[in-house]
Design a protein around this ligand. Structure first.
Ligand code: AMP
Length: 407
């Protein structure tokens, strides 16, 4: 199967070849033909599956074949809503790359930056708009964005959008777009709230599920280090001196945690930076750019900030803290092992976090290998049966045994 077999036109085939893509990914194979035919789509796909091209290429192709020829400023014909600014700019960049040989115009709007340049780009007229919900509603309120001519509406990362409390914003946006349109909804997980949203938005959709049985990317080698939390920093520094860890994304549960880990790495002589939503947009962009260029090989991120990080060749994802929800684990490790390349995911699991490990294993329906050969082993063996309820009763003893070290 090649891109040509999917019915794509020459300007798009040339662009994907320039991006270095030789074969379409499964979601592209399944989604592109029905989307070209104008169908609605419900896509259950994890990150790194190539879903951006799966929706961007058909949009570009349909608009390229049917360019706006009316009077005045061109109308916005496609709207893509995503939860984070990073994801929004990456999707916008992808439209730029895939649409390089079309005359279609796109732009991106998100909060946290001045609206002036965004308003200027909008005034020139764009065919495709990528947006985060808050700034979109602001600009709609100011009549700088009109969606009367909308033909395609894409809701990306719908589950994350729900988690971040964007559902009311989404409903407000939907109330202001034409009912007759093509609608696409993508979500890594399909809880009942998302299914309900999909039922209300989509009209006889094609359903595409990529690897629903094994939600974690198969190209990622996963393992766990059982380590007490006061030893995590030392273990991290020990592992990062290994030569394989060339581009490493570390996840912490909190923003403060991300700053702390990054500061300690810097003090240990390891080039690192932190990215989270309390940082300014400029600081976030600089951190991402340095990570992309390899200037800073280690990036420490909180979950929300990391949502849109689409950087190739991340060699390792490290869960410094186990995520509170098993689904988040899947998102995190999906940052490595992208588009068929191998990746490594290490999770640091303290005794109080064992029940979170069990939840992940239950979701994946697999046992994750434990690496016991390391300098900071936990005194307690794997006890995946330690439950959330059981953990606090033993906590006292663990605390006494391992006095927290002040960093
Ligand atoms: P996405 O799931 O859209 O975030 O894409 C994940 C990564 O896969 C991005 O870095 C894309 O550039 C890359 N990608 C998308 N489609 C392909 C393809 N057919 N072949 C190789 N890489 C791809």
């Amino acid at each position: 199967m090649c891109f040509k077999d999917l019915g794509l036109i020459e300007p798009l085939l040339r662009a994907v070849a320039e991006e270095g893509y030789t074969t379409p990914t499964p979601i592209q194979i399944e989604a592109i033909p029905p989307l070209l035919a104008g169908k609605d789509l419900l896509g259950c796909a994890q990150t790194g599956t190539g879903k951006t091209a799966a929706f961007a290429l058909p949009i570009l192709q349909r608009f390229h074949a049917n360019q706006y020829k009316g009077e005045g400023t061109r109308p916005i014909r496609a709207l893509i809503i995503t939860p984070t600014r990073e994801l929004a700019s990456q999707i916008s960049d992808s439209f730029g790359a895939y649409g390089a040989h079309t005359r279609l115009r796109h732009t991106v709007v998100f909060g946290g930056v001045r609206q002036g340049p965004q308003a200027k780009a909008l005034k020139k007229g764009v065919d495709i708009l990528v947006a985060t919900p808050g700034r979109l509603l602001d600009l709609m309120g100011q009549k700088l964005i009109k969606l009367r001519g909308l033909e395609v509406f894409v809701l990306d990362e719908a589950d994350r959008m729900l988690d971040m409390g964007f559902i009311i914003d989404i409903r407000r946006i939907i109330a202001q777009i034409p009912e007759k349109r093509q609608t696409l909804l993508f979500s890594a997980t399909m809880p009942s709230a998302i299914q309900g949203l999909a039922d209300s938005l989509l009209n006889d959709p094609v359903e595409v599920r990529v690897s629903p049985e094994t939600p974690a990317a198969e190209t990622v080698t996963q393992s766990v280090y059982l380590v007490e939390w006061h030893d995590k920093q030392a273990l991290l520094e020990h592992l990062l001196t290994g030569k394989d860890a060339t581009r490493v994304l570390i996840f912490t549960r909190t923003k403060r945690g991300a700053d702390k880990v990054s500061d300690h790495l810097k003090r240990a002589g390891i080039k690192a930076d932190a990215i989270h939503s309390d940082k300014t947009q400029v600081a976030r962009e600089r951190a991402l750019a340095n990570f992309k260029k390899g200037k800073t090989p280690v990036l420490v991120a909180s979950d929300v900030a990391a949502r849109g990080i689409d950087i190739d060749n991340i060699s390792h994802v490290i869960n410094y803290d186990m995520p509170n929800e098993a689904e988040v684990y899947v998102h995190r490790i999906g940052r490595t092992g992208r588009a068929g390349t191998p990746g490594v995911a290490w999770s640091f699991c303290g005794v109080e976090e064992r029940y979170l490990l069990s939840a992940v294993e239950e979701l994946l329906d697999q046992t994750i290998d434990i690496i016991s050969e390391h300098p900071f082993p936990s005194p307690l063996p794997r006890k995946s049966q330690i439950s959330k309820e059981a953990a606090p009763t033993k906590k006292k003893h663990w605390r006494r045994a391992s006095r927290p070290r002040r960093f």
